[in-house]
Design a protein around this ligand. Structure first.
Ligand code: WQD
Length: 340
């Protein structure tokens, strides 16, 4: 806890909660604000079961400027912000664009407006490989072109990156790191924290684990007629703990002023692509649990294949995804069984 306070917005969420644990392990004092719009207060118990100490938490909506300002007044000595609080469902964003723009944009604007008033210079922002759309070349690097967003969710991530870039130009003393996640999967090895999808899971692995648990009847594989070896879409699935550790490295980098520019972007992936059917078969092999599935039509908005060129993050951050895919699949299943 001696390395100072880190504000973790959205810290009861999937990536946020795992990052809180890794910040604690690294000697920081993580402080969570979250409005529980897409998570549960019970996550705090899971975090405490791992860290053995309670983590400071306040129910604050980052869209509420006054509440946020009062929080900043109470915690004047924060060293950095890890900003996760955002709505993140691609499908939902199509039906609720205004809610997504208001939530994801205003939350960031409020933080950026308050930071200089309280001497906070460092922010790490949770972005997504979705900003690349369907890359023309693979693997995708940080210099790969940003494609027009295919959902309001993707649009908000692109807009937030633009806002951070413009803020960096206007405020040279501010330091930002944008982390573009590929597909986060798995759960902490303790099975005390993990992914808590709201309702019917949009994402592949939680749908697989719920099907394996008998909660869902079968997995629908959205298309096997893509231009890939087995016809199903390819993604770069990265373990959530590896992802969390990358946030600690990024925060260390800013606090120790090792960043080369006052805004930097890193891809956070494994560098390996796996198809939907490979994930399905890999899950069955790792767990011994059969998962009934049916090939159905493609899902609107899905891109065919994307995986990361991780060279820059590996070399510049000195960070590399280490947890094998099989372990991620098993940890997701162990977490699902804990939820029953
Ligand atoms: C992966 C593959 C589906 C469910 C999105 C966002 C990204 C991030 C992760 C927030 C695709 C297939 C899925 C199912 C399936 N979100 N699939 N049956 O769409 O790559 O990424 O979620 O941070 O920003 O863009 O992830 O897990 O939804 O899909 O066949 O029931 O699995 O078609 O090929 P996606 P996903």
């Amino acid at each position: 806890m001696g390395k100072g306070k880190i504000l973790v917005t959205g810290g009861t969420g999937y990536i946020g909660s795992h990052t809180v644990v890794e910040l604690f392990n690294a000697g920081y004092e993580p402080i969570i604000i979250d409005n529980l719009s897409n998570s549960s207060i019970s996550v705090l118990d899971g975090i405490k079961a791992i860290t053995k100490v309670p983590v400071t938490y306040e129910n604050i909506d980052c869209k509420d400027y006054n509440s946020l300002e009062r929080f900043f007044e109470k915690h004047q000595d924060m060293k950095a912000i890890a900003h996760f609080a955002a709505y993140k469902s691609v499908g939902e964003s199509v039906s609720k664009p205004i809610s997504y723009y208001r939530n994801n944009i205003v939350s960031l604007l409020n933080l950026l407006q308050l930071m200089p008033n309280f001497g906070i210079k460092n922010i790490v922002f949770s972005s997504s490989c979705t900003v690349y759309g369907q890359p023309d070349e693979l693997p995708v690097t940080e210099q790969s072109p940003i494609k027009p967003a295919t959902s309001p969710y993707g649009s908000t991530k692109q807009m937030c990156e633009t806002i951070l870039n413009d803020a960096a130009i206007a405020n040279p003393e501010m330091n930002s790191i944008i982390l573009r996640y590929f597909n986060p999967i798995g759960a902490h090895s303790s099975a005390e924290i993990g992914e808590l999808p709201n309702g019917i899971p949009n994402n592949l692995l939680p749908y697989i684990t719920q099907t394996a648990a008998g909660i869902r009847e079968k997995l629908r594989v959205f298309g096997d007629d893509y231009n890939t070896p087995d016809g199903s879409c390819i993604r770069d699935y990265i373990n959530v703990v590896d992802l969390a550790k990358a946030h600690v490295v990024a925060i260390d980098r800013l606090i120790e002023e090792k960043n080369k520019k006052n805004i930097e972007v890193f891809n956070l992936g494994t560098g390996n692509g796996s198809s939907v059917l490979e994930i399905l078969n890999g899950f069955e092999s790792a767990t011994g649990v059969k998962v009934p599935y049916e090939i159905v039509e493609r899902r609107a908005g899905d891109i065919e294949k994307v995986w990361a060129d991780t060279t820059f993050a590996n070399q510049e951050l000195g960070w590399k995804a280490e947890i094998p895919l099989e372990e991620s699949l098993l940890s997701a299943w162990n977490w699902q069984k804990k939820l029953q």
